[in-house]
Design a protein around this ligand. Structure first.
Ligand code: 4AD
Ligand code: MG
Length: 427
């Protein structure tokens, strides 16, 4: 079966072709049926004119139902008013497999109904556009780090230790031992950076987040670069160049998808370096000026992030949070941590978290103790400081929040093919 894909249709202008796909919509008027065919790579209209086809073919076109798989034969004609620039003048229509009572109709459905039918909902043109943008973002992530001399080092999923705090760990039985699903590959990337200089991992991470917000998944994908001989400022430089690159790639390759999603492209076109950099102290000042009275020393939540992001039309980098609200591995500077959160514009929240790591063995040991963690489980991690410790820094970018921002989606549940949320593990 040598399939002709709709995305290649321009190569067949004036020729007779046979296309396979699914019927996503249909319109009829008297002697004409307009069949909207999609095959995943594109959409094209096939015109079935009563005078051009045998009676039974016209009948078939009349009865054909939404999402039936079909085969349409016809001539490729230029058609300037269609998005793809062509249409099919049909001579034959065959139903390959009829779909009866397809549950997702062109009318409005609620989010619960759509999530229950996620496996079918993915076929809708909007969801397909999101899948395309997600694909582009992941490809740009890989291309960016590969072109900068980073080595992809895979981190394990089963881990014996917490990285981002023990309250969001998924525990599993690992033979007779306790194991957790990884919250972050960072600790392993720190070890890897000492082997390859610049390392990154990209994979799924898990958090038993008991928060039902529009920004939290229990399973999400994260890319985590880590560099030896780097400080917090090198880290911010990398994060900013990285985000600019990703947005640029989507703008270059996925304009049609962004249009399908009705994304305001002009907002994305502003995403150029340099990004604003403010300290946590300055962020607190902004909040107070805007009537939010978060006291110094508290971490920011979604509301604070949204208020701060309103002040800028680019991602804003907030650095040097109070040490007390941050993880044990952060490098301490005064009473702050040499860390950075990158907050997406337009209220999409924190997309990157990272910073410089504590590279002093004794200080790190003290932090592990302070956080009530066991030195034993971290003995391998301490070895990274014991044997040739160097300053190093890195960050993690959450793919789903990045997709939500770039696509302009209110909730992260649409940014991943099969989302895992506190109250959802199917389909
Ligand atoms: O800020 P976080 O927790 O940082 C870390 O895990 C570091 N160990 C990363 C590192 O330095 N290598 O998470 C990083 C990013 C967040 O900014 C956010 O984009 C995403 O991961 N994220 C989530 N995305 C969806 N659902 C959740 N529950 C998320 N938790 C974090
Ligand atoms: Mg964070």
């Amino acid at each position: 079966m040598k399939k002709i894909w709709i995305s290649d249709i321009k190569d067949y202008e004036g020729k007779e072709v046979t296309l396979q796909g699914w019927l996503y919509n249909k319109r009829s008027s008297g002697k004409l049926h307009f069949l909207q065919l999609r095959d995943g790579t594109g959409e094209i209209q096939a015109v079935v004119f009563k005078g051009n086809v045998p009676e039974e073919v016209f009948e078939t076109a009349d009865k054909i139902t939404q999402e039936s798989s079909v085969e349409i034969k016809g001539t490729v004609k230029k058609h300037d008013r269609s998005k793809i620039g062509y249409e099919i003048d049909a001579v034959d229509v065959k139903v390959l497999s009829a779909a009866n009572d397809y549950p997702i109709t062109p009318k409005e459905h609620g989010p619960h109904f759509l999530m229950e039918h996620r496996h079918l909902w993915l076929r809708s043109l909007k969801q397909k556009a999101i899948l395309n943008v997600r694909h582009r973002i992941i490809k740009s992530v890989r291309d960016f780090f590969d072109s900068k001399g980073f080595t992809l080092v895979d981190a394990p999923i089963f881990t014996p230790n917490a990285c981002e705090g023990s309250t969001t760990l998924f525990e599993t039985d690992y033979f007779d031992q306790k194991a957790y699903l990884s919250q972050s590959g960072q600790l392993y990337m720190e070890a890897a950076a000492m082997a390859v200089g610049k390392a990154y991992c990209f994979g799924p991470t898990f958090r038993a987040e008991k928060s039902k917000t529009r920004r939290h998944l229990t399973e999400f994908w994260m890319v985590e670069p880590e560099m030896a001989f780097a400080d917090i400022y090198d880290d911010m430089d990398l994060a900013e160049e990285f985000v600019e690159y990703i947005v640029g790639q989507v703008l270059e390759h996925n304009r049609a998808d962004l249009e399908t999603l009705e994304r305001d492209i002009s907002k994305l076109e502003k995403i150029k370096r340099p990004f604003p950099r403010i300290t946590y102290d300055e962020a607190i000042e902004i909040l107070h000026k805007k009537g939010n009275d978060t006291p110094w020393g508290e971490d920011f939540g979604g509301d604070e992030e949204t208020l701060i992001s309103e002040e800028f039309d680019k991602p804003v980098m907030i650095h040097h949070y109070p040490m007390a609200v941050k993880a044990f591995y952060m490098k301490q500077e005064g009473n702050t941590a040499a860390c950075v959160d990158v907050i997406a514009p337009e209220g999409y929240g924190e997309m990157i978290g990272g910073g410089q790591r504590e590279d002093d063995l004794e200080k790190l040991k003290a932090k592990i103790k302070e956080h009530g963690l066991s030195e034993e489980t971290f003995d391998w991690y301490l070895d990274v400081r014991k044997y040739g410790s160097v300053p190093h820094a890195g960050f993690g970018l959450g793919i789903e929040r990045t997709v939500a921002w770039i696509c302009g989606l209110h909730h992260v549940r649409e940014t991943i093919p099969f989302p895992r949320l506190m109250d959802r593990i199917r389909p």
